[in-house]
Structure formats: structure tokens, C-alpha cells
Write a protein of this length. Structure first.
Length: 302
């Protein structure tokens, strides 16, 4: 079963009897705190750990009409310590996933990948961006538009494995994966096409299991069954792919923003590839985006 929209993601999270706990690294941010208050009231998360400047967090919660005692506030002054504390809580089994607040991403990811913490899987991490696209009847992943600037073939393999694992946890039994390029034929001068062909072979050999990888394939063919038929591209998934793999971070970023600003797409995202997901929305992300991202992280966390 594939989720059709974000409302279904949120409802599935609410109905889950096991409520997950989030550790927020750098919680002294009003947008983050507002999203957390709403998430807790809606039954998305249980009592969260709020790591940061305690006085600021308590005052902000009171101004929002929330009770600070419903959260566990850990007073930490430095950005580095915020990330380290969040990872410690996950490592000790006190938190199920991490959310980045008002600190730089590096302060969360650096302790997360430290070998001694045992939370890194060995795969390259990537942004799992789930999209509610008006033209589609289900949600679709775009990866990776935020972590790896120029992924190698091996890193693209990791990105697919990360996305497939996450989609399985979201109820998609056998995800269809489109490896995007500008053309549909392999061209030795275009590395994204040769990488796509190699990834398809890895899928056929079982090196990338439990999914169907298609490529190279252009964006228009991936999104439209009619265009695929006109161009003679024989693929049953056109118009309904579960996941799109972009050739570079820039391509993913541009495509994603165009879909959102010009096409009315809504997005929620988490970083996957470690043993726990990380809600890593930008500081400019809306409260709604943070809210849905937390619900998604709750569903895919172990």
C-alpha cells in the first residue's frame, strides 16, 4: 500500500499505539517548538527531549500556551553539545529519532556517524524527500537533493537502498525506482546514463533487491504514461513511480523547488542511511512541513 497524501501519513502516525520519542538538537527556535507542541497534542510524538537554552525554550513554550513540564528540557549551551546530546539519547534508547533545530546540520551528523556510537550503517546518507504531487495519486520520493553534490555509482546504489528500505517501512512492498537522466539511451559521454544502466543491472542481479529499477529515463517520461507511449518507452510505472533518483544534488534541488513553487507540490523530508532518521528541514521550512516530517520519521524509525 502506498500513501496517497500527507493526511494519510499523519493519520497512520496518530493511530499507531506506539508513540515515538524525538530528541531535538538546538530546540531554541519558535518554529520548531510550535511544530513540536502541535505534534505532541496530535499524538504524533511522545514527551520530547528539547536540547538547548533552557530559559529560552521554557519562555517560548509558555508564550505559546504550552506547559514546559510536558517536555524534557536539557540545558546545553554549545551547538556541538546539542548534537552530541541528541545522539547520546538515541544511542541509549531514550529517543527514536532526531530533529535538527536552530543549529547547523554538521553538528548533528558528525556525532551520528562516529563509529563508536554504532548508529552508522556504512551507507552514504541522503535526503528522503516525500512529495505530494497534484498530478499523482500517491506520494513520490525524490533523492538526493540535499546531501551528496556529485554521487558516485556506489553512492547512488546506497541512495536507492536507503529509499527502498524507508518505503518498505511506509508500506510500499516493491517500490518502483526511476533513475533520471536527460535522455533514455545510454551515452558514454553522459555519466548519469551509464550509471543508470549499471544500477538496473545491480537490480537484476539482486545487489539492489526488493524493488524495480528503471533507467535511464527522462523526467517527462517518468511522470506521464501518455508521453512514454508517444516516445515508445515501454514501462508499466510511468506516471506512478514510487521514487526518482536524480544525477546530482543540484539537479534534485532545482527539480524539487520547481515542483514546489511552480507545480504546487508539497514536501516533507528526513535524512536516512543511519540507524535512525533525522528530521533535517531547513530553517525556512513551514510548521506544516516540520510537522509532517516528524510524522514520517516516527513511522520509519525502528
Amino acid at each position: 500500500m502506498a500513501y496517497r497524501n500527507f493526511d494519510e501519513i499523519v493519520e497512520a502516525c496518530k493511530s499507531n499505539p506506539v508513540k515515538k520519542t524525538v530528541a531535538v538538537a538546538g530546540a531554541a527556535d519558535d518554529h520548531v517548538l510550535k511544530a513540536l507542541v502541535e505534534a505532541e497534542e496530535a499524538g504524533i510524538v511522545s514527551k520530547p527531549y528539547l536540547i538547548g537554552r533552557q530559559a529560552y525554550v521554557e519562555n517560548s513554550l509558555k508564550e505559546m500556551g504550552a506547559d514546559p513540564s510536558k517536555s524534557i528540557i536539557i540545558n546545553v549551551d554549545s551547538k556541538e553539545a546539542c548534537g552530541e546530546e541528541a545522539v547520546r539519547l538515541v544511542k541509549e534508547g531514550k529517543a527514536d529519532f532526531i530533529m535538527k533545530g536552530i543549529i547547523d546540520t554538521k553538528y548533528v551528523l558528525k556525532p551520528l556517524v562516529k563509529k563508536e556510537n554504532g548508529l552508522h550503517t556504512g551507507r552514504a546518507m541522503c535526503v528522503f524527500a516525500y512529495n505530494e504531487v497534484p498530478q499523482m495519486d500517491k506520494l513520490m520520493v525524490v533523492a538526493d537533493g540535499g546531501m551528496i553534490p556529485y554521487p558516485t555509482l556506489e553512492q547512488k546504489k546506497d541512495i536507492i537502498l536507503n529509499c527502498v528500505d524507508s518505503l518498505h517501512k511506509l508500506g510500499v512492498e516493491r517500490p518502483s525506482v526511476a533513475v533520471l537522466a536527460a535522455v533514455e539511451k545510454v551515452n558514454p559521454k553522459m555519466v548519469e546514463t551509464t550509471d543508470a544502466a549499471a544500477l538496473v543491472e545491480m537490480n537484476k542481479s539482486g545487489e539492489i533487491p526488493d524493488c524495480d529499477v528503471v533507467g535511464p529515463i527522462s523526467f517527462d517520461i517518468m511522470m506521464s504514461k501518455e508521453i512514454a507511449e508517444r516516445k515508445g518507452y515501454d514501462c508499466p510505472y510511468c506516471g506512478s513511480f514510487d521514487c526518482a533518483i536524480v544525477p546530482t544534488m543540484a539537479a534534485g534541488n532545482l527539480m524539487h523547488k520547481a515542483m514546489i513553487i511552480c507545480g504546487g507540490t508539497k514536501m516533507a523530508g528526513v535524512v536516512v542511511g543511519a540507524k535512525v532518521p533525522v528530521v533535517l528541514t531547513s530553517r525556512g521550512a513551514s510548521t506544516e512541513e516540520k510537522f509532517v516530517s516528524m510524522a514520517m520519521a516516527s513511522l520509519i524509525s525502528e
